[in-house]
Design a protein around this ligand. Sequence first.
Ligand SMILES: Cc1ncc(COP(=O)(O)O)c(C=O)c1O
Length: 403
Amino acid sequence: MINAPLTSLFPTLQQSLNGYPLCYLDTAATSQKPESVLQAMDHYYRSNNANVHRGAHQLSARATTAYEAVRHKIANFINAPRAEEIIYTSGTTHSLNLLAQGLSGMLANNDVILVDSAAHHANIVPWQELAKRTGAKVMPIGLTPQGRLDYTELTHLLVNHPVKLVAISHVSNVLGTVNDIAVLAALVHQHNALLAVDGAQAIAHLSVDVQALGCDFYAFSGHKMYGPTGVGVLWGHYAYLDKLQPLMTGGEMIETVSFSGSTYGALPNRLEAGTPPIAEVIGLGAAIDFIMALPATAKLQEQEVFNYLQQQLQSVPQITLYAAHPDNTGAVAFNLKGEHHQDVGILLDQQGIAIRCGHHCAQPLMNSLNITGCCRASVGIYTRRQDIDTFITALKGVIDLLS
Ligand SMILES: Cc1ncc(COP(=O)(O)O)c(C=O)c1O
């Protein structure tokens, strides 16, 4: 169990920018990495570096054991029934592309794919490409005036169209709104469609139990959960994953190869062609160990800090907040009335405060909010109330400067 103050465990957070202590409110873009993750990757490269699954030597055996142990760790972490259902990818974008490519043979002309209209582009564009390949149609599921996924519209779409797949985010990367996946899975399954969930923004904030959620596929990235970049996961039911057409072919994924044709191996290797991101997988394993060792109160405290952030922003009259609900998590979207979001971001950055500004890879959401972009502040396990106070004080200074 970790007892140290959490912020002290993250080397990047121990620095000043322009003479101001770094106030990192951009965890939704990528989380900072604890020392233990850095050490695990360093140890792999210094002591065990070898390719996995193929060497007849001890280093390769050690690397393979460490690498495959993480697969079991991840399965345990998300309560997947089988470790072979954990497919390593380079991140959520890769996971969703792998899934969309894999489903190519299973969709037909005029089938419908429903997509959350608050989705990240990574959960929109691969479905559009799948639609181009198969003749299927992508249709958006609208939002309520409160900025939540419109479950009534989803029901209507499911009743009136030949829907094969529904793709939604667990947590919106812009608004921080949370979708009730268990309820949605039951609804989608009543209509014989599959549910794919983009868990990129949920995995670090919520407890993810894929069996309890009842979805068919779940995608996430290591770098948003205190792990390294370059690694992620696609989870799916074994029977469905087993039918996916591989996105990439080559070494590691085959059973036999000859010039008269090749056959493919079993899961998970069948969907993991080429040398995998071994050090990154090991880093992700260390990130899971880190999360599992957090005190029981850590996530509650993170949610309290997040609610404090929302409340503090709400108390500033010059701020417009988008879909800020108490049950949101991780991220809050806002604009300073009459000001460009980029100006706000730049002025905050001059005081060592990191937020994100822009369309956040969610242009359809920006269109439905009738804005070109916004600011987003997001928190992690290391964010403290004092960071929020620093941010709000600086934001008020920006308001004074611009008025
Ligand atoms: C909701 C959501 N989906 C997908 C992605 C893409 O993740 P990655 O860039 O790690 O592939 C992100 C990244 O911000 C995200 O927030």
